[in-house]
Design a protein around this ligand. Sequence first.
Ligand code: GAP
Length: 513
Amino acid sequence: MSQQEDRLKTLIGHAKEYGFVFPSSEIYDGLSATYDYGPYGVELKNNIRQYWWAAMVRLNEEIVGIDSAIFMHPTTWKASGHVDAFNDPLIDNKDSKKRYRADVLLEDHIAKYEQKIAKEVEKGRRKFGEAFDEAQFLATNPNVKRSQDRIDAVEARMKEALDANDLAAVRQLILDEGITCPVSGTANWTEVRQFNLMFATELGSVSGESSTIYLRPETAQGIFVNFLNVQKSARMKLPFGIAQTGKAFRNEIVARQFIFRMREFEQLEMQYFVKPGTEMEWYARWKEKRMAWHRALGLPVESYRFHDHIKLAHYANAACDIEFQFPMGFKELEGIHSRTDFDLANHERFSGKKLQFFDPETNESYVPYVVETSIGLDRMFLAILSAAHQVEELEDGSTREVLRIPAPLAPVKLAVLPLVKKDGLPEKAREIIDGLKLDHNCQYDEKDSIGRRYRRQDAIGTPYCITVDHETLKDGTVTIRDRDTMAQERVAIAELPRIVSEKVHMHRLLRQL
Ligand code: GAP
């Protein structure tokens, strides 16, 4: 098993054992690419959603929220282009019978050249030490240049083939690059075929009539069709945004890698409506703002990078991803897209209703352009979990498993632990929880030795453990233990609300934006 697979497996095991993520309907052997969130998982997920909502809706007076239905009129998906163009190019290996996304095979192939470049850079850094100039090295090293030329050539052919929807050319590129199936090791490939990703179902039939409707593959369309309702009812002027969080569904053929690619997942989306011609400014602005949102969490800066799309989606005139270094390598975490007036103009055309903004400054009506930010909540959850999970060697030779989740997002903010289960310590501990639980998610634990209780809290990422002992009853003080440093300090109970809030309050993140 590769190191990457090993890390992902450890993470999946930890997530299950400690109540973050379970395979869905596990007693029936699970349902592929579908997962359930457990007691700590749901808290973390809620906290990420809340952080996103506060950053988008509360901090930006020109952004408002909605919550639209999952089911939408079927024409929505004709107008949005999803019925005709929401496809993945699939290819099968005839020997292993495994199915792959052809574009993903090519992207993974490109990633191998990128890894070669990274290795050369590492070698150069070791060789030249302080004097190492990375930019110059990248521009002049012959091995790097050779790999970069290969990347450019593959990307150019891939873009041309995908843009022209030339599936034979996509297959030929896979053959020319000698890409083989990771399972069978052969290049015995089928033709490439397009496969639509929407789940279809029947709307309840009235007197024998029925019609096909789809589970929404993105939440964005609920925003577009409500554009005028929101603009008029909330009296919004351009530029303004509409935010929404909710479930989306895609019949992913190659669904693996835990909660990274699921068939049912949650999106956090915001459509920003702007005057045509200004969209590139807003696109650049939202790239910056979204990266700042990620950076405020304090995860390693080098775990993030921008990646411009090689093939633009059917609706975009510019698009990029914020990629994150997951256990499986750098992968898309969030998309930022300049969607032009594609969606609103098409909904106008298909519905026959005007979806325009009357600009009082210029006295004209027009269909606004849209810049969209779209992040998968489950992917963000995986990003945080994978960055947070650490196994540490302690001075006494033992190890501890700790989740260094950014404190404001931690599922449980503090645990209150009576040293013994008698002498009035449990009652005192519960009294302390009563004083804090209106503001924070607290946990009470009296079982096992104090050391084991600390370990349990480390494993679910609780930033603070508060221990109540006999001294507490005498002088009203407790010890407070920090998850990250394991340092303990004796403080007055009256000080707890201030100390805890300083570290765990969502303000800590929002103030940085
Ligand atoms: N409205 C635009 C849109 O849906 P997308 O790039 O297809 O764009 C946006 O999806 C985000 O949704 C992705 O960056 C990813 O985080 C998340 N996402 C997409 N498909 C997913 C899946 N099958 N499982 C989990 N998350 C997914």
